[in-house]
Design a protein. Sequence first.
Length: 300
Amino acid sequence: MPDAASAAGFLNLLKPPGLTSSDAVQRVRRVLGVRRVGHGGTLDPEASGVLPIAFGGATRLLQYVTPDTKQYVAEFTLGIATDTGDAWGRVTSEANASALTQAAVAEAVAALIGTHHIPPPAYSAVVIGGQRAYTLARAGAAVEAPPRPMTVHTATLREFTAGPRATLIVEIGCEAGTYVRSLCTLMGERLGLPATMSALVRTASGPFRIEESHTLEELDRAISQDALTGIVLAADMPLQLHPQCGLDAAGAAAFQHGQTTAAATADVDGLVRVYGEGVFLGMGRVMGERLAPETVLAAQ
């Protein structure tokens, strides 16, 4: 691995349940010995799965990472609701769900596809009046988060178990900013029953896939064995949706010094990945025939 002070890259972390996203960042910071570490999308403490991590100079690239969709596998329990919207909150409502049929549930799951204007959970990272919603909720304040658009592209029922507290496993593909707990509540309302999310696994976030993720323990072992190849991802890995712009040696030097230079790529306008002789230099913006630096990585 490059010297910690100049390192820049990403990790596809498999976050375990019981760890906050901030806790995961702190753990990675200690393991890598890199001061600057950030994550690309909060995952609930009791949820598990893909948590993109950026370290070093790559933390400045998080703003350009554009996950087209996120993928989840969730367990919903019908017949009970909590103040947090998940199984770790205080029970606020109960009802008998025994009359539910698989056909009715499958129809309700399919109806999640589309865009819904619904409020995020009271216990969420949404900022209200300058404070996180979960901070206000934990202090006992009444939290009324305004509705926001949540877009679901796919929703598939995988399992259904009938009973007083019926359970179902559903796969969901959605846009960033969608709260699966809110979708669970919405589905329960449509079925006339209280509902809560009892488990959640994020299986993908943009180009980060769960089958290619690594645990903190694997990262620890890789560090101790000096075998980070295959775990540390290049700084440009999650940026492939942006066009590429190549520069010659003189153009690369100008870009790295924050100077506008001639754009070497035709028919490209807007945000681009910039390379000098095959080396990723950062992100720039093409305007006509000129390339202006936006985020320049330090020389590796």
